[in-house]
Design a protein around this ligand. Structure first.
Ligand code: SF4
Length: 517
């Protein structure tokens, strides 16, 4: 009998190792033979640790399980899918999962992340097999036709980036994976790396074949030790079995891959600062041009893509561009793994085709707030994303539709706030975050963010009506300077959460309207 207990860091934080140990001990005590598999998480975090038992009908779930529940589960004959107060029925039938369209996350939670054989048994490396039989330009064309756009936030067409690198003349080219996932409420990169690392390795190997690169680096934030360990083990296994190395599957093509641990700065998620950091320097943003595709890592042509972008490539190659672009709407094709976080009842990973509304995600999946109070605002797209009020919840998840209402999808993080949130404090936090995380290269961001904190403090401090209005005007003026005068998104987008809070929730800034004169 096979039992699954996740090894994902969310499950570990909630006691999965203790539960796994209790199951092994209890089975031994009762003389029952079991096979324990440490799978990834299904991404339904309120059910973690989610224990699954393989039965003839499918995998039956129990959760959230605590070590003290284990003896009772054995008493209830859970090894045969028996009834228990924690029983969830067939895991694949849980609506939260069943309503999703999992392409990039097809294997996540199902397989043993560190087993290459399990990966191969679940359509793994089929994309690479196809790519090995194709010309480089045809691989690039397939990715171009799929409509895949950068899932890290910028939404730039991945195929165009690859085409530029393919066309660049150089004896050395690189593939760099941006795994410095630093946006608030995001964890999809981490889940891929911990729960299905081979899909990222395969995506990067296909990218290497597409552009003629022989070396790759995965830049992982230092706060992700489990992801780093999983990647290193998977890279070792892939090398032993010739899926990486000098002679990939006897093709004569070479690709070497290494993991690099980030140094803990938000700005190192910006691609040029990341390249600086990879080169061993301080993570400071580079001016563009030159584009990294022409002069990237160590001055060589470099593909730099986010984890989800690269992890989406294997299925595009395996099933074809037409299959992938059949999902989605407009120019937002395929799926986007959204991450529900903050004050939400059912937090977790929801991979859906573009076109789902924010409201469906918040209520049909998220179940509203964890506190039971009404949702007042959501921040989509990380700390630089604007705050959206309820009137915009029917916006469809689509890069262009979000941009039309002043929003952004970013890396797909959704942070939920109930009606106890103070939006002036959130605006102040955005400026403060920028002041702390600014790389310091340009003045509007480095100085403007600190001035921004001061101005917001004055606005809410209680002033005469006239001074209050002057300060609001000053804040808008400052935001305008930051938007137009900053070198990168850190400075130019910090005004988005600030201004959205001011525009949609002006009552929270009214502390200053008390006329004391
Ligand atoms: Fe650095 Fe901020 Fe300028 Fe970006 S906007 S280059 S983070 S100082």
């Amino acid at each position: 009998i096979t039992i699954y207990v996740p090894r994902d860091s969310t499950a570990l934080a909630l006691g999965a190792n203790e539960v796994a140990a209790a199951i092994v001990a209890e089975a031994a005590r009762r003389g029952q033979e079991i096979t324990l598999v440490r799978n990834g998480s299904r991404g339904m975090f309120w059910l973690e640790p989610l224990v699954e038992v393989a039965t003839a009908a499918g995998r039956i779930g129990y959760g959230p399980v605590e070590p003290d529940d284990v003896a009772g589960l054995f008493d209830a004959d859970f090894l045969a899918g028996g009834q228990h107060r924690l029983a969830l029925g067939l895991v694949d039938e849980i609506p939260y999962l069943k309503k999703q369209e999992r392409l990039t996350f097809a294997r996540v939670g199902i397989t043993d992340p560190l087993s290459l054989d399990d990966y191969l048994a679940h359509e793994g490396y089929q994309g690479l097999q196809k790519a090995l039989a194709m010309q480089s330009a045809d691989i690039v064309q397939e990715v171009l036709e799929s409509g895949l756009r950068g899932r890290g936030g910028a939404a730039f067409p991945t195929g165009i980036k690859w085409k530029t690198v393919l066309g660049a003349q150089s004896a050395q080219k690189y593939i760099v994976c941006n795994a410095d996932e630093g946006d608030s409420g995001t964890f999809s990169d981490r889940m891929v790396m911990e729960d299905d690392p081979f899909v990222l390795i395969e995506g990067m190997t296909i990218a290497a074949l597409a552009v003629g690169a022989t070396r790759g680096y995965i830049y992982v934030r230092s706060e992700y030790p489990h992801a780093i360990a999983a990647l290193e083990q998977a890279i070792g296994t892939a090398g032993e079995r010739n899926y990486l190395g000098e002679n990939i599957l006897g093709s004569g093509r070479a690709f070497h891959l290494e993991v690099r641990k980030g140094a803990g700065a938000y700005i190192c998620g910006e691609e040029t600062a990341l390249l600086e950091s990879l080169e061993g320097k301080r993570g400071v943003v580079r001016a563009k041009p030159p584009l990294p595709a022409i002069e990237g890592l160590f001055g060589k042509p470099t593909v730099i893509n986010n984890v989800i972008s690269l992890a989406s490539v294997p299925i595009i190659l395996a099933r074809g561009a037409a299959f992938y672009k059949n999902y989605g709407m407009g120019r937002s094709l395929g799926t986007l793994p959204m991450q529900l976080a903050g004050n939400v009842k059912y937090g977790g990973l929801v991979e859906k085709a573009f076109g789902v509304t924010l409201r469906e995600l918040l209520f049909d999946f998220g179940g509203g707030t964890a506190s039971g109070k009404p949702i007042r605002a959501v921040q989509v797209g990380g700390p630089l994303g604007p705050y959206l009020p309820e009137s915009l919840f029917d916006t469809k998840l689509d890069y262009e539709a979000f941009a039309a209402v002043g929003g952004m999808l970013g890396h797909g993080g959704i942070v939920v706030f109930d009606d106890s949130v103070d939006m002036a404090r959130q605006a102040r936090y955005a400026m403060e975050f920028c002041a702390v995380e600014s790389c310091g290269k340009c003045t509007p961001c480095r100085i403007g963010s600190t001035r921004g904190v001061e101005v917001i403090d004055k606005i809410v401090a209680g002033q005469t009506q006239q001074i209050h209005l002057q300060q609001i005007h000053l804040l808008r003026d400052l935001c305008d300077t930051m938007v137009n005068g900053s070198l990168c998104a850190m400075g130019s987008m910090t005004p988005l959460p600030v201004l959205s809070a001011l525009d949609h929730f002006p009552e929270d800034f009214a502390g200053g309207t008390l006329d004391k004169a």
